[in-house]
Design a protein around this ligand. Structure first.
Ligand SMILES: N[C@@H](CCC(=O)N[C@@H](CS)C(=O)NCC(=O)O)C(=O)O
Length: 153
């Protein structure tokens, strides 16, 4: 398998971490997203019509975008995904939380500040998203007050 990715992206790191935890080999293909490589006709047509990384190229005809879908594909039936129905749903609960309540506020702001390196240009958007970022951290902190991990023990 080949993982089309950008090294500094958190969404790509999540996938690399899962692959590493499970010892699943994958060739890394670096995509220069700032240079527009994820928006070429070839990328949009064969890898991800949404123009983003990570994308797992499973074989020549099969590409799977979306970090959490990739993680689920790689991790299902391994020790990282519980067999208990509710415990499995708890994993999904936090994965959906991450994409809806954490990623748009914290990961996106990190992208503007540390990858695009244009905090001034994105100042208004960063200010708008900051309360959502703190709200997400509050939810996680509250949960971790009484649990060692977000999902599972
Ligand atoms: N929901 C997607 C988000 C992917 C995403 O936003 N990727 C960013 C890098 S972290 C990207 O490829 N941006 C390039 C662009 O928007 O042109 C996932 O979890 O994979």
């Amino acid at each position: 398998m080949r993982l089309h990715q950008m090294h500094d992206s958190g969404n790509c790191y999540k996938v690399r971490l899962t692959l590493a935890q499970l010892g699943v080999p994958a060739e890394l293909v670096d995509v220069d997203i700032l240079g527009g490589e994820s928006r070429t006709d070839a990328f949009l047509g064969t890898l991800n019509p949404n123009g983003r990384v990570p994308v797992l190229e499973i074989d020549e005809r099969t590409a799977l975008p979306e970090s959490d879908a990739i993680i689920w594909y790689v991790a299902e039936s391994t020790r990282l995904v519980p067999t208990d129905k509710l415990a499995r749903a708890r994993v999904l609960q936090w994965m959906f939380f991450e994409q809806y309540s954490h990623e748009p506020y914290i990961a996106t702001v990190r992208y503007w500040v540390h990858i695009v390196r244009d905090a001034d240009g994105f100042a208004r958007q960063i200010e708008e998203r900051t309360p959502g970022g703190y709200a997400a951290l509050d939810v996680m902190d509250h949960h971790l007050d009484t649990h060692e991990f977000l999902a599972g023990e």
